[in-house]
Design a binder for this molecule. Structure first.
Ligand code: ADP
Length: 151
């Protein structure tokens, strides 16, 4: 018997979760693509957040569902509007790294009031996008906490 309370054991379990164990495949678009193409990609790839990259595959922006909806209202030709006009851009992007604690990534989602974070890696040209974590990731982690317990 460890003498630890249930809540201490739970905290211990949660703090073992690292971003790299849970990260999902990122869906990226080039900053030269149109709003129309970004909307198509969002449907085809079935994601709620797209990451925008430059020719070096480095992060330049983020596109949410509402960013694309806002850009679409009253706009006739979505094929003529490049996403870099409407995206949220660097350096205002909240990111995380593979070896971060998942709980710290969750805290960023809450404080920034966003649905997802790109998982990035520093390279010479900037920040390479290597994954994503989202609110769905956090739901999976919550379920994972009960695996092995007889609930
Ligand atoms: P939605 O706008 O569809 O509700 P979000 O809550 O994720 O989706 O996005 C809210 C705003 O925050 C959008 O303008 C989006 O571009 C921006 N955003 C989304 N993810 C990030 C991020 N990781 N860092 C900075 N801004 C972000």
């Amino acid at each position: 018997y460890t003498g630890k309370t249930g809540s201490e054991l739970l905290t211990e379990k949660i703090k073992k979760f690292k971003v790299h164990e849970f990260l999902q495949v990122p869906v990226v678009v080039k900053d030269s693509v149109s709003v129309y193409d970004a909307i198509s990609t969002m449907f085809l790839e079935d994601v709620g957040t797209l990451f925008v990259v430059d020719d070096n595959s480095c992060l330049t922006g983020v596109l949410s569902r509402k960013d694309l909806l806002r850009a679409s209202i009253g706009q006739q030709n979505l094929s003529a509007v490049p996403v870099h006009i409407i995206m949220t851009r660097m350096p205002n992007i909240a990111v995380c790294r593979k070896d971060d604690l998942l709980i710290d990534a969750a805290q960023k989602l809450i404080t920034r009031q966003i649905d997802g974070l790109p998982v990035v890696k520093e390279i010479d040209a900037g920040l390479e996008v290597v994954g994503r974590v989202t609110k769905t990731t956090m739901t999976k982690a919550l379920v994972e906490l009960t695996i092995g317990d007889h609930v």
